[in-house]
Design a protein around this ligand. Sequence first.
Ligand SMILES: Cc1cc2nc3c(=O)[nH]c(=O)nc-3n(C[C@H](O)[C@H](O)[C@H](O)COP(=O)(O)OP(=O)(O)OC[C@H]3O[C@@H](n4cnc5c(N)ncnc54)[C@H](O)[C@@H]3O)c2cc1C
Length: 467
Amino acid sequence: MRSMVWFRGKDLRVADHRPLAEAAACGEVLPLFVLDPYFFDAIRAQELPHRMQFLLESLVALEANLAHLGSRLQVVPGRSVEVVTRLAAQWKVDQVLAHRWVEPFGQERDRRIAASLEREGIAFRLFEGTTLLPPGSVRNAQGAMFRVFTPFSRACAARLDPGPARTAPRALPPWPPELPQVGVPVPSLQELGIDHNPQLQPGGEKAARARLKAFVQGPLGAYGGDRDRMDRPGTSRLSADLKFGTLSVRTVWQAAAGAGDAARPFLNELLWREFSHHLLAEWPELLERPFRAGFEGFPWREDSAAWDAWTEGRTGYPLVDAAARQLRAEGFVHNRARMVAASFLTKHLLLDYRQGEAHYLRWLTDGDWAPNNAGWQWSAGCGCDAQPWFRIFNPVAQGLKFDPEGAYVKRWVPELAELPPTLVHEPWKAPEALRQRLGYPAPFVEHALARARFLATAKEHLARPQA
Ligand SMILES: Cc1cc2nc3c(=O)[nH]c(=O)nc-3n(C[C@H](O)[C@H](O)[C@H](O)COP(=O)(O)OP(=O)(O)OC[C@H]3O[C@@H](n4cnc5c(N)ncnc54)[C@H](O)[C@@H]3O)c2cc1C
């Protein structure tokens, strides 16, 4: 049996990779990665600089890992729909194996590839692996997908036995000598016109494993208390590894679960990730429409000055501005800062959550359609959430509670470095002379007024007759 293993951007590893293990058990293995212009066209790639950096590093590492096992990754430019079928026929493979994606455009791509492979008489087998449980398989008593996280997580926990994460194969069969090598070198960032950002986490399976080990041996034990503290390294920073699959979610789950009860809050966050993927699989239209139908046609404002202040970190609210600046500098934002910044954009500034969602997808290294969409809809009040839409984060109160000394804010908004903790989250209360010296902007909107404006707008919109 000859199998093509088609690696895609969400499974860049050799350990716990079921298509690879299955192919190796069946016979010859032909590993492929396609440089589809949908992502790798230079213009497109430049729109995703941080994700592209992490992905290319992970791809180089994958190539080396496969070579170490005796195989050879073929990196081939072209449209996936065309390249996969052409090479599968040319290489006379019996089957093409890959991991399933939940995103609607990924599903559409796979439908087209399945049809063209079928015409060639080649089997196309998709494996679960992006999530712990297959999307669509966790249902309530009526057989429907859950609309609220807590019962979803309980239903998951009740049947969750992800099974052992597999180690990498010890060796892989060599590339068949009669087949020509058609691959090209992995493109460099430079070739795509992207500057290297040294502040990003390194990609690749080895770096991912080191991060997982360091987290399990370190912050995991105190995660329940520290996860919301923006001034502490209390979270795993594994989100890009989970997005690009340099670690399987099963591997992360098992490594953490070994810590017993202390791991529960962390495992719960993995279930939030799970929930977002199951939601998108059930309702692919979520990438375009709000989960709560009442928010359809919401009168979001257009205000380029507000947008520029929010994206450039000049709103005058230190926590919101720290999040904006961390995003551009590091390709990462702490979860609590994401929630506060997203709430501020949508509720204080009344700007469309889809604008913020696209901005985050552009700059986050972990930018991933399902959790990003769920996070934005949740923050805007139109998403899948047991909390009412009218909860509005107060950026000052959030800062005082979860960054009490202002260390997080000061790191990203250094102009506030000399303020004491009592003032760092509300610098407008500093004496006039000191404020002048700081050169930090006054608040773009006043919290109480902005809050009242959102509540009035949303109330009126939600009260209108529904179509
Ligand atoms: C507006 C907004 C946008 C977001 N966009 C993304 C995104 O594009 N990609 C992404 O992976 N996460 C996103 N999140 C969720 C969350 O902020 C990140 O997963 C988390 O901050 C990553 O840091 P960590 O790996 O240290 O997380 P940890 O606290 O260590 O959590 C472990 C893992 O659980 C998952 N996770 C944690 N919190 C959430 C959550 N609320 N929803 C879904 N999964 C979660 C992640 O995979 C994370 O790596 C978003 C949240 C918000 C509010």
